[in-house]
Design a protein around this ligand. Structure first.
Ligand SMILES: Cc1cc2nc3c(=O)[nH]c(=O)nc-3n(C[C@H](O)[C@H](O)[C@H](O)COP(=O)(O)OP(=O)(O)OC[C@H]3O[C@@H](n4cnc5c(N)ncnc54)[C@H](O)[C@@H]3O)c2cc1C
Length: 468
């Protein structure tokens, strides 16, 4: 519900008084720049504030609460679930200027960062120390560590190393009333509930993260990257299971199908063979001896399964070139149309082929072309469809296909959100996976943190009645 103009005016005045005009945006055109995420849904916030510290964020939250404004935390705005879209207006807390790396502690394998540090900036800062941060979403150039925590982001390397929740040790959090708490920390085994894990993936609904202590890992001594080219998509997918079954856990196993390869080659020229039905991008890392042995085993399995070509990067430049295609996949798909519907489903790895077949059948049923890219090792599939939002019939067919894909995923024992969160987009589908009891429990947790439902309303978790 829109705030009456006089109350909004009063909130603007209080924010400008506290932060100065340079750190508060009220002009409509300025606010529109904070109206979107990667889904294409757009709602402008009523006001945007740029905090630089925990104290700033706490004051902004207090002022917003006093004037009855909803509060949406925003990092890089790259989420694909409507997570940062201020669907009920209110205050956008743009955390991207809180971008300082406060500490790198190689002795304790931790780093302390503000939430607006970009993922790639942290990786680059860690490299000279011989460390890396394992979560590496393909949006790593733009997405922030705060946003990675907000969505519990995954990424190619999460197959071996785990997702963001496995790498966040401590958080400083501004609660809905503006009070500040510190959760967890570098030391292990704190008493009480593990609220850090609860917060990671909570999509800005339980508090605003203003500082994170994250686990950092030593860079592996050796990394080898291989592109395996297949003439059969299902065989490529089965190869993923065969590799894991052979007790090799590569750092990454990414899959691109023919449609994605075509798009990537058209717009990014990564050098993938355009007539292939699928490519697998596999990386093994670790001590030199074990990497050599694992690479041999991976190669042997790919050959046995009929891979028609295997390219092993011989230099860092060649490795980067192989990765270019995978990292460019979403961006390239985005060149097909201003609107790309991206689904994010995860199934047990051995059911990935069935999930893929279901997507293809659903695509045929609704007459839409679905291309797929997958963190295949995790069983995480991203069907993509470029569509025209002005074409009502196309939109209807895409929506119907979307729902059926989620139903198929649940039927296969999967999760309707692999790594992109629920946000606004998937909220109506949450009931497919969570029954009323679980939804009710999650709703109680949300209300315990935020009784007035001010933090990112209409996202992530709905009341069992969905009367949010
Ligand atoms: C091209 C492309 C590739 C992608 N690849 C991947 C991938 O490989 N793996 C993956 O998991 N995702 C991927 N994504 C999705 C997205 O990039 C990730 O979810 C990412 O973690 C979001 O980070 P962000 O900084 O952009 O967060 P935002 O989009 O700004 O925010 C995400 C959510 O977190 C909340 N939030 C942000 N900051 C805070 C904070 N400080 N405190 C509390 N809540 C906060 C927001 O309110 C929102 O709900 C991709 C997206 C694109 C566009």
């Amino acid at each position: 519900m829109a705030l009456p103009p006089d109350r909004l005016e009063a909130a603007h005045r209080a924010l400008v008084e506290r932060f100065g005009p340079d750190r508060v945006l009220t002009d409509f055109r300025d606010r529109m720049a904070y109206a979107y995420d990667a889904t294409g849904i757009k709602y402008p916030p009523d006001v945007v504030v740029f905090p630089l510290s925990t104290e700033d964020a706490a004051d902004a939250v207090r002022i917003a609460a006093h004037h009855g404004l909803p509060i949406v935390a925003r990092g890089g705005g790259t989420n694909i679930s409507g997570g940062t879209v201020p669907i009920r207006g209110g205050l956008c807390l743009a955390l991207n200027r809180m971008d300082r790396i406060l500490d790198i502690d190689p002795e304790n394998h931790t780093a302390t960062v503000q939430p607006g540090v970009r993922n790639l900036a942290l990786q680059e800062a860690l490299k000279p120390h011989g460390f890396f941060f394992a979560p590496d979403p393909s949006s790593h150039r733009v997405s922030t560590i705060g946003g990675n925590a907000g969505e519990n982001a995954g990424g190619p390397h999460c197959l071996k190393y785990g997702v963001t929740v496995n790498h966040v040790l401590g958080l400083t959090l501004v609660l809905a009333d503006g009070s500040v708490v510190r959760l967890g920390g570098p030391e292990q085994d704190r008493p009480g509930f593990d609220l850090v894990s609860l917060l990671v993936g909570s999509e800005g609904t339980l508090g605003i993260i203003t500082e994170l202590v994250v686990r950092i890992l030593p860079l592996p001594a050796e990394v080898r990257t291989l592109l395996a080219v297949f003439d059969d998509l299902e065989v490529a997918m089965r190869t993923v299971s065969d590799i894991i079954a052979a007790r090799v856990v590569p750092a990454t196993m990414e899959l691109l199908d023919r449609g994605t390869i075509e798009v990537v080659e058209r717009f990014a020229r990564a050098g993938y063979p355009e007539d292939a039905e699928a490519v697998l991008l596999i990386e093994v890392d670790g001590p030199q001896e074990s990497v050599a042995e694992e690479l041999d085993r991976v190669e042997a399995i790919c050959r046995r399964n009929g891979a028609r070509d295997l390219r092993i990067a011989q230099s860092e430049a060649e490795r980067e070139a192989l990765w270019l295609g995978r990292r460019a996949a979403y961006g390239a798909a985005g060149r097909l149309s201003a609107y790309v519907w991206t689904q994010d489903v995860t199934v047990p790895r051995d059911r990935l082929v069935e999930m893929l077949r279901a997507c293809q059948a659903i695509g045929r049923k609704y007459g839409i072309r679905i291309i797929s890219v997958a963190h295949a090792g995790d069983g995480n599939l991203h069907p993509l469809v470029a569509y025209d939002p002005q074409d009502a019939d196309q939109v209807r067919r895409v929506k119907a296909a979307d729902r059926e894909i989620l139903e198929a995923c649940v039927a296969l024992g999967g999760s309707i959100s692999g790594e992109h969160g629920i946000g606004h987009d998937k909220l109506p589908n949450l009931e497919l996976q969570l029954g009323p009891d679980l939804l009710g429990l999650m709703w109680s947790v949300r209300r315990a943190f935020d009784p007035d439902l001010r933090l990112n309303p209409g996202k992530a978790v709905a009341a069992p009645s969905r009367n949010v």
